[in-house]
Design a protein around this ligand. Sequence first.
Ligand code: PLP
Ligand code: COI
Length: 340
Amino acid sequence: MEKKDLDWASLGFGYVQTEQRYVSNFKDGKWDEGGLTTDANIVLNECAGVLQYAQTCFEGLKAYTTEDGRIVTFRPDLNADRMYTTAQRLEMPPFPKDKFVEAVKAVVKANAAYVPPYGSGATLYLRPYMFGTNPVIGVKPATEYQFRIFCTPVGPYFKGGAKPLTLCVSDFDRAAPHGTGNIKAGLNYAMSLHPIVEAHKAGYAENMYLDAATRTKVEETGGANFLFVTKDGKVVTPKSNSILPSITRRSLMIVAREYLGLEAEEREIFFDEVKDFAECGLCGTAAVISPVGKIVDHGKEICFPSGMDEMGPITKKLYDTLTGIQMGRLDPPEGWIVEI
Ligand code: PLP
Ligand code: COI
C-alpha cells in the first residue's frame, strides 16, 4: 500500500480530510449495522439535540506505524469504556464496546495510506464522537443519535514539539465537584474556549485549572492530565473526581512502576506543593507527554529545575518508554497494542 504524499514531519495538530469514516445511526431504540462512507459532511435538522443543548461527546486515540512496519492502535478498549460511561452520564445510548473497537480498526484499515510512516514524528489521530440528531426543543435527551469515527494525520499538539511549555493558573473553573469533568463531553471543551483564548493572548500554552470548590488543588489542563516528579524521583499525579481519567496517565503509572521501577502515586496535589517538584509534564493522547518548564500564578513564577530547554530526565524516560511501546520498540503489557 502506497502512503499519501504528505509532508509528515511538518504536520501540526490539524484536520486533514481522509478517505473513509465510520457512521452508525441509533433509531427506534437500537444502533444500526453501521459502516464506512466517503461522505465527510453531515446534514442535520435545525432543531437537532446536539445543536440546541450540546448533547455530544467524543474520544481520541491514535494509530501508529511500528518500527517493523505494522499498523497498531493503543488500548482502544479503554476509549470504548470511557465513551460508554460518558454516554450514560449524558443520557445518550452507549455505543457497544466491541463495535467501537471494530469500527476503529475498520477506519484505520480503510485509511492506511494516511497512517504516518515510522519515525516521521506524526501519527494518525482517530476521533470517535456521538451526537443527538432528532429535533429536541424541550430540555430532554434526543431519541435519535449518530456515532462516527473519522481520522486525520497529526503532528505535535503543542507547537515546538518537546520544548517545555509555560502555563498559567486559570481564574476560570473547568469542572464542578459533581459536574461533568470526569467524562468527555463536548460541553467541557466549549466552556474552555474563552479561558484558552485568553491564556494564548497572554503568551501561555495552556491553563492549569484548580479544583472549583477550594481553588487549592491541582486538577488538569483543558486537554491533558498533569504528571509531576518529586525531588526524590517519585511520579505523582492528581487524584480528583472532576478530571478526565486519562488513558495515557493510567498507562504511564504502570510504565513508571513496571518498566522503570519508580514509585508512582495518584493523590490529591495541593497547588502549594507544586513549587517543590523537580519535573512537570502534561499527558494525553494528543499531548503524549509534553514537558512543562514554568507555571505562572498571577505574576508569581514557578520554574521547574528541569528548565526551559529540555524534558526532565524522568519525564524523558516515561516518554521514551511509552512511545517505545506504542511504536513497537518495546514489548507491551498484555492487551495494550491492537494490531490492524
Ligand atoms: N484531560 C482532558 C481534559 C482531555 O481532553 C484529555 C484528552 O483526551 C486528557 C486529559 C487525556 O486523556 P487520554 O490520555 O485518554 O487521551
Ligand atoms: C486527546 O488528547 O485526544 C484530546 O481529546 C484532547 C484534545 C485537547 C485534543
